[in-house]
Design a protein around this ligand. Structure first.
Ligand SMILES: NC(=O)c1ccc[n+]([C@@H]2O[C@H](COP(=O)([O-])OP(=O)(O)OC[C@H]3O[C@@H](n4cnc5c(N)ncnc54)[C@H](OP(=O)(O)O)[C@@H]3O)[C@@H](O)[C@H]2O)c1
Length: 333
């Protein structure tokens, strides 16, 4: 069985990665429609060696589409995702537009595949990139030991802000005046403790996403989550210092063995050999890299970990295509 797939936001960083991942994973694409804004209409992108035109998104473009992979931001998602569903498509959206809606499944296939029960046309949300890598790491610990609270500091790559973020860092590194400004300050040479706008309580929108999405995916509204999200001058892959309070006692060696056994996780944890996850290691791969695992003696049942993953792949495109694969399994049952 082959599917008609639309990629909305095809010309962006995530969109182009989704096309690559569909090919890498040999997703059974019958017809591919590449959609973006009028700015990219007329461009072309390659899939299995063939050039496909990028068209401006219009309602008719969703005619007979089975799966619409959206990575065009919240405004475009709010406008076009319901139109795609009306045309009979299942939408997998990378924006934050629908993530917290009660009837919208928010899925990380390694963590909560059961949140998708049927293959009817609907919107499915792909979580925030920083949240995905954290919940993949914490789910096995939650299952075995219980999870009370998380304190997390992120070190996020500029590609998380899309093409504009990459352009700004490239220009600054070359000593050029930036073509565009994706960040409130120069990013070369800085760690900026602001991703998206601030809210009244002093947290940013990015931090708010980590709080609410984590609870929704881990299905426990009582989990305390205290994030600080920081942008750093790294091109690809987000790093996170995660401090978690578990509910029951644990042995560090058991945690290492548990995580080493989990699909989607690669353990790199040999401090004596200076071996721990790095952004350059994770960039270009689909795994979540975990290391620096140690007891946090400042709280009861405390554990500290360092978690790194490619934001464009597992944090966006790969996770979205894996959701499409999950949908396909249900559909073909
Ligand atoms: N970058 C990441 O690591 C990451 C991770 C998780 C989720 N996401 C989410 O994925 C989405 C895309 O991110 P990105 O990094 O790929 O950004 P990007 O590089 O800036 O690309 C944005 C894409 O959206 C398209 N677009 C913008 N406005 C549109 C409109 N009104 N109608 C149709 N298409 C429109 C753009 O088309 P034009 O080229 O024609 O302007 C472009 O293809 C965002 O919602 C972002 O929050 C990103």
């Amino acid at each position: 069985m082959r599917y008609t797939v639309a990629v909305v936001g095809a010309s962006g960083l995530v969109g182009r990665m989704m096309i690559k991942v569909l090919q890498e994973r040999s997703f059974p694409v019958g017809e591919l429609r590449l959609l973006a804004s009028e700015r990219s209409a007329g461009a072309s992108l390659s899939f299995w060696g063939e050039d496909y035109p990028v068209r401006e998104v219009v309602a008719d473009a969703f005619e007979n589409v089975d799966i619409a992979l959206f990575s065009a931001g919240s405004t475009a998602a709010r406008r076009w995702a319901p139109v795609a569903v009306e045309h009979g498509a299942v939408v997998i959206d990378n924006s934050s537009a629908f993530r917290m809606e009660l009837d919208v499944p928010l899925i990380v296939p390694e963590v909560n595949p059961h949140a998708l029960q049927d293959a009817r046309p609907r919107i499915i949300a792909n979580p925030n990139c920083s949240t995905i890598q954290m919940v993949i790491t914490l789910k096995p610990l939650q299952k075995r030991y219980g999870l009370r609270r998380i304190v997390v500091c992120t070190y996020q790559a500029v590609s998380g802000a899309g093409q504009k973020g990459v352009d700004q860092l490239e220009d600054e590194l070359q000593g050029r005046l930036p073509r565009t400004r994706a960040f409130p300050h120069a990013i070369a040479g800085n760690a900026i403790p602001q991703i998206a706008q601030f809210e009244e309580d002093g947290f940013t929108v990015e931090e708010r996403k980590m709080i609410h999405e984590t609870r929704k995916i881990l299905e426990d509204e009582s989990i305390g989550v205290s994030p600080t999200c920081v942008r750093i001058p790294v091109m690809h892959a987000h790093s996170e210092a995660v401090h978690a309070e578990l509910r029951t006692p644990f042995e560090i060696d058991d945690v290492r063995a548990l995580l080493a056994d989990c699909p989607g996780i690669v353990l790199i944890d040999d401090p004596d050999a200076t071996a721990y996850p790095l952004a350059t290691m994770a960039a270009g791969s689909d795994e979540v890299y975990v290391g620096r695992i140690r007891r946090d003696p400042s709280v009861e049942h405390g554990i500290a970990l360092w978690v790194v993953s490619d934001n464009l792949r597992k944090g966006a495109a790969t996770n979205a295509v894996q959701i499409a694969e999950l949908w396909r399994t249900i559909r073909e049952r």
